[in-house]
Design a protein around this ligand. Structure first.
Ligand SMILES: Cc1cc2nc3c(=O)[nH]c(=O)nc-3n(C[C@H](O)[C@H](O)[C@H](O)COP(=O)(O)OP(=O)(O)OC[C@H]3O[C@@H](n4cnc5c(N)ncnc54)[C@H](O)[C@@H]3O)c2cc1C
Length: 388
């Protein structure tokens, strides 16, 4: 069949963009997902959302994304309780003067965009968050509107809202090839050999994006990097904020039902471009490192049992930013991938702005610096506030 837009990939990025495109009257839209919606990184993530970034660009984007999360109940018709939107803040700990100076500079940028990020001394951290061990802590920043949301429910809510607007969503439908004719995209070939046609194809296939674009002759420097994560048994609710350190790499949050979710970056990150090489194994090394960090910063966790661990992929690019926009090599072929460790939180705002770009409206936040062609031009975009 022929569509106006075909989207490949049913994670937060693909599903939210399908909804936003439908809302803007982009025509007949088909979304194809090779497994189930959230079957990629979206379903593996910690789902933290924060505006505490360091570049103006990211702070603006995440300030808008937070607003979208805050009004998602009205927009998509699902309550905040269903979406498990929890705004307990992010407490970002600094373990050296240099790191604290960096956090203060980031907070200045955040203040310029209307965010009321607090700069805290170790004593203030102790007073406001008595469960946090301030050993080695030099200072911290805290922004109360940061938090987390359920990645499955947010994606499903977008999917239902998209379906209501007429978007066709097909799960268990892997795309094997992007069809190109005379430099223009023609559609996609499915694994069963059938074809679907559209003048515009948007690839939102997360870490699988590189392999798919290759079938259209496009080289994108985007790779999968394994990150491990674990969840504990539910416990009494004691932790409001996501507790995080950029220098030590940990993040720890308590879900609304009481479990703690936490992660740490790999010691020696490996880069995988080909899906056959992707590694989703869990390791004892991660468990040991994570348990040590977690019980140091939150000593009460010594009494809490771990119930499950898993691994997922950050979709990395050379500058940790999305590759988003039309590809230079093939007319009508678009990409939106590469959120690295923060693609869930950026999903809603990227979807909103990208859908404006694709439908010819002016963007409120100009995404063109993130166009995939920047890598060949060496025009990288720098962000100082990232984990791993
Ligand atoms: C351990 C961990 C913790 C994280 N924590 C956070 C966090 O706290 N906050 C945050 O914002 N982000 C976090 N992230 C990052 C976040 O999960 C990702 O950046 C985000 O989910 C990417 O969404 P996406 O839609 O771009 O990609 P994905 O969710 O990977 O979706 C891509 C989809 O495309 C499908 N697909 C692939 N190839 C094909 C094909 N050929 N045909 C059809 N379908 C295809 C896949 O099955 C998949 O469902 C974390 C990631 C990990 C691994």
């Amino acid at each position: 069949m022929t569509y106006d837009v075909i989207i490949v990939g049913g994670g937060i990025q693909g599903v939210a963009t399908a909804y936003e495109l439908a809302k803007r009257g982009a025509g007949k839209i088909l979304l194809l997902e090779k497994t189930i919606l959230t079957g990629g990184s979206t379903g593996s993530c910690a789902a933290g959302i924060r505006a505490q970034f360091g570049s103006e660009f990211n702070v603006r984007l995440m300030a808008r994304s937070l607003e979208i999360f805050e009004h998602m109940d009205e927009e998509l018709g699902y309550s905040k309780e269903y979406l498990e939107l929890w705004q307990g803040g992010y407490l970002v700990l600094a373990y050296s003067e240099k790191e604290f100076e960096g956090l203060k500079r980031n907070a200045e940028v955040q203040h310029r965009f209307g965010l009321d990020t607090a700069i805290l001394s170790p004593e203030e951290v102790q007073k406001d968050f008595p469960r946090v061990n301030i050993d080695g802590v030099v200072g911290a920043t805290y922004h109360s509107r940061d938090g987390h949301a359920d990645p499955f429910r947010v994606t499903f809510a977008y999917a239902e809202a998209a379906r209501k607007l007429g978007v066709e969503i097909r799960e268990w439908t892997p795309v094997s090839e992007i069809l190109v004719e005379n430099g223009k995209v023609r559609g996609v070939k499915l694994q069963d050999g059938s074809e679907e046609y559209a003048d515009r194809v948007l690839v939102t296939a997360g870490a699988w994006t590189t392999a798919l674009l290759k079938t259209a002759g496009v080289d994108l420097p985007l790779w999968g990097e394994k990150h491990e994560i674990l969840i504990t048994e539910p416990w009494e609710r004691v932790l409001g904020p996501m507790v995080i350190s950029f220098s030590r790499g940990f993040y720890i949050q308590q879900r609304p039902h009481g479990s703690f979710i936490m992660g740490l970056p790999p010691v020696d990150p490996e880069h995988w471009y080909e899906p056959e090489a992707f590694d989703f194994s869990s390791s004892m090394d991660f468990l040991m490192r994570m348990a040590k960090e977690a019980t140091h910063v939150l000593p009460f966790l010594q009494g809490v049992n771990i119930v499950r661990q898993w691994a997922g992929l950050y979709e990395m690019t050379p500058d940790h930013h999305h590759a988003i926009g039309p590809v230079d090599e093939v007319e009508g072929l678009w990409v939106a991938a590469g959120g690295s460790g923060h693609g869930f939180m950026f999903g809603p705002v990227m979807a909103e702005q990208l859908s404006k770009w694709m439908t010819g409206s002016s963007m409120d936040i100009d995404l063109t610096p993130l166009a995939p062609g920047r890598f060949k031009k060496g025009a990288l975009v720098v962000e100082p506030a990232v984990v791993g």
